[in-house]
Write a protein that binds this ligand. Structure first.
Ligand SMILES: O=C(O)CCC(=O)C(=O)O
Length: 163
């Protein structure tokens, strides 16, 4: 999959400065389904056969349909994603987010927004599927922290349904 994806180095505006986000990313989906996060607007690449195959498999498990996917490539343990919730308006009130991982195992951390002592950590192993749904994004943030010992790449796909 690595070579067939149109990876981009996105740049975010942080405290007035342009900063390269610490991973490569790509947005695929149905025509017209764009997605904006951290003021980065992504126009969809059209589905590839492998992405359609994975989408069909996880739709059957999740019992819901998706119309887009955000791919993240963590080149090694120096790449990461900071604490956030997937709460952009185009995802709707209670989004289902279907997350599929390949490559290096990384720590997926969750913390409650209001009860700081509530934390959870899951090792996302290659081939794993994680589903976030219901009110999760209202109350929880998640991150993939940097991991000094990880030298191998990881690809994560988060399937979404955007309006
Ligand atoms: O790489 C992951 O498992 C998480 C990705 C993520 O948080 C996101 O795309 O919003």
């Amino acid at each position: 999959m690595y070579g067939t994806i149109n990876w981009k180095q996105e740049v975010a505006l942080l405290f007035g400065k342009q900063v390269a986000i610490p991973r490569l990313s790509a947005w695929y989906g149905d025509p017209g389904k764009s997605y904006t996060y951290s003021k980065i607007k992504m126009e969809p690449n059209l589905w590839t056969p492998i992405l359609i195959t994975i989408k069909s498999k996880i739709e059957a498990i999740a019992g819901t349909s998706f119309n887009s996917v955000l791919l993240n490539l963590y080149r090694d343990g120096k790449d990461s994603v900071a604490w956030h919730s997937d709460d952009e308006s185009e995802l709707g009130e209670n989004p289902a987010i279907g997350s599929v991982s390949f490559g290096a195992t990384r720590r997926f951390m969750l913390r409650h927004k209001y009860q700081k002592e509530m934390k959870l950590e899951i090792q996302l192993t290659p081939g794993s599927f994680l589903l976030m749904k219901g009110v999760t994004q209202h109350f929880w943030q998640h991150q993939i922290p940097k991991a000094a010992k990880v030298t191998e790449p990881r690809i994560n796909l988060t399937f979404r349904k955007v309006s």
